[in-house]
Design a protein around this ligand. Structure first.
Ligand code: C5P
Length: 213
């Protein structure tokens, strides 16, 4: 039997990572945070002293990426998010990362019966045949507020208006790029989490999966 694939896309800090992880746990599926691939690629370029906007450096880093690179400690910060969205606009980078994502979906690790992948283009490009597609979103203000609280909890010194501005810039870059832009697949269910807490979002999503043929 083909593995079950759940595709979860949406903008930064909409709650898709928490949701995807929760669904994977509840349904006994493997989980892949595909943003980490782009973050690790961008940071590999930076660490080597390169510029994430340099296509040759970015492609080389994407091709050289190893699963162990996804555990680097600095991948969750804003610098990594920024570098990620720069390398992510380059076609050769996306092509180099595609195989890893598809293999994960079609042959999930540890014999799991399926996989949950979250990102920007899972339902549109990586797994267009996914069994369930969710597009998780929330207003920019809600997302900036969440990201701000998260960063502050981690002890980072941040200003909320700056977080909102950075978030809008990253949204614009992700949505307007020519390749694999951030957009809901035609057959995705849109879930707005502005007024949902994490349990509410998880319950709504599990109900959708249960209603699936
Ligand atoms: O989801 P996360 O914030 O970790 O993603 C970081 C960046 O990686 C995004 O802003 C986006 O540019 C890029 N990305 C992407 N496609 C994915 C996942 C992430 O382009 N499937």
């Amino acid at each position: 039997e083909a593995p079950v694939v759940l595709a979860i896309d949406g903008p930064a800090a909409a709650g898709k990572g928490t949701l995807a992880r929760g669904m994977a746990e509840r349904l006994g599926l493997a989980y892949l945070d595909t943003g980490l691939l782009y973050r690790a690629t961008g940071m590999a370029v930076r660490r080597a002293g390169g510029d994430p906007d340099d296509p040759a450096a970015a492609e080389q880093a994407a091709r050289a990426l190893r699963p162990s690179d996804l555990a680097a400690p600095d991948l969750r910060g804003e610098a990594a998010g920024d570098a990620a969205s720069r390398v992510a606009s380059m076609e050769p980078v996306r092509a180099a990362l595609l195989d890893f994502q598809r293999s994960f979906a079609h042959a999930p690790p540890d014999g799991a019966p399926g996989a949950v992948l979250d990102g920007r283009d899972i339902g549109t490009v990586v797994c267009p045949d996914a069994d369930v597609k969710l597009f998780v979103t929330a207003s920019p203000e809600t997302r900036a507020r969440r990201r701000f609280m998260e960063l502050r909890e981690r002890g980072q010194d941040v200003i909320e208006s700056r977080v909102l501005q950075d978030m809008k810039e990253r949204d614009a870059r992700d949505s307007s790029r020519g390749i694999a832009p951030l957009v809901a697949a035609d057959d995705a269910v849109v879930l707005d989490t502005s007024d949902l807490d994490r349990d509410g979002a998880l319950a709504a999503s599990l109900a959708l999966v249960a209603a699936c043929p």
